[in-house]
Design a protein around this ligand. Structure first.
Ligand code: ATP
Length: 306
């Protein structure tokens, strides 16, 4: 497989903040590559460098086979970009917006085809201000597809959307993947990374802290099951110490306890005994498989949305 993007030792600081601190990665053509990390990890800074909106302090970029010190207009013509926040003119229609953006390119795909792809047929004559959040986001993705790009950057494309709108965007991203587009996605939703990614890099404080397919990252945890429950407010420090003695890898996120266990049955018996002895209620008790958020918690001790 060809590489669509190659980045070596990328660095960018804002004053004393090292937003990107020596990051290297490769994105293969036709794959969905995800940068996952909490707020402020450095994801947007990397995307902005790759989109040519920000220049790096140092580092090498190879995009679509061309070695560059910064992104050129010619390379930009082969990319589509959906920024984290989109500003549209509200008092124009969807159709007029597509036509306006088409005029920026020498050659574009037919607007009718794009409108169909992003499922906005019924809204084509409507003013942009009447669109829902999910429809606006599909408009943004449609505009990014006008020049039939080889690489599409999607910076947190589902932040703030309701679950149905989020799933619609996921379906659209999966269709683009089937068309062999290279998708560079940033998100702090681990469900999104798990569902869409071929390859995931997890970032924190400007650095890559883990990489692999979602399945590889999760299996690297070496724990098969998670028992999750919410803390009883009457719980004391001593109770938690006792819990830590039984489950050394336990983790506390706000009010939620995660116990990482190999064997579910015997672990659950131990937990029940611990709770019964202390007359503790196990609120919202749940058994689940580990996910990318658990990988992040294991590496940093905090959650992806903290
Ligand atoms: P989010 O999920 O909140 O978008 P992120 O992972 O995209 O976060 P960045 O936006 O890349 O993170 O920010 C990385 C760090 O760089 C943060 O500490 C941020 O405050 C800082 N930063 C980003 N852009 C600027 C800027 N233009 N000026 C000063 N500091 C900046």
């Amino acid at each position: 497989m060809d590489k669509a993007i190659e980045v070596r030792e990328l660095r960018k600081s804002y004053g004393s903040i090292k937003a990107v601190d020596g990051v290297s990665f490769e994105v293969m053509r036709g794959e969905v590559f995800t940068l996952l990390g909490p707020n402020g990890a450095g994801k947007t800074t990397i995307v902005e460098i790759l989109e040519g909106l920000t220049e790096p302090d140092s580092g090498d970029l190879v995009i679509l086979g061309q070695k560059l010190s910064k992104i050129t207009p010619k390379i930009k013509d082969r990319m589509g970009v959906v920024l984290q926040e989109n500003r549209f003119m509200d008092r124009v229609t969807v159709d007029e917006t597509f036509k306006l953006f088409s005029s920026f390119f020498s050659k574009t795909l037919p607007v009718k085809d794009i409108v169909k792809k992003v499922s906005l047929e019924e809204k084509v004559g409507s003013l942009v201000e009447t669109l829902s959040g999910g429809q606006k986001q599909r408009l943004a993705i449609g505009l990014a597809l006008l020049n039939d790009p080889e690489i599409i950057f999607l910076d947190e494309p589902t932040t703030g959307l309701d679950p149905q709108a989020r799933r619609n965007i996921w379906d659209l991203i999966e269709e683009l993947k089937e068309e062999k587009k290279t998708i560079f996605l940033t998100t702090h939703y681990m469900e999104e990374a798990e569902r869409l990614s071929d390859f995931t890099y997890i970032m924190d404080h400007g650095e890559i802290i883990a990489r692999g397919t979602p399945a590889e990252l999760v299996s690297g945890l070496d724990q098969d099951n998670v028992i999750e429950f919410y803390l009883d407010p009457s719980l004391g420090v001593k109770d938690l110490e006792a819990l830590g003695e039984i489950f050394p890898g336990y983790n506390l996120q706000d009010e939620k306890v995660n116990l990482y266990v190999k064997e579910m049955g015997s672990s659950f018996s131990l937990l029940l005994r611990w709770a019964e002895e202390r007359d503790i209620k196990l609120e919202n008790l749940m058994f689940r498989r580990p996910n990318l958020e658990d990988v992040f918690i294991e590496l940093t001790g905090k959650g992806l949305r903290d």
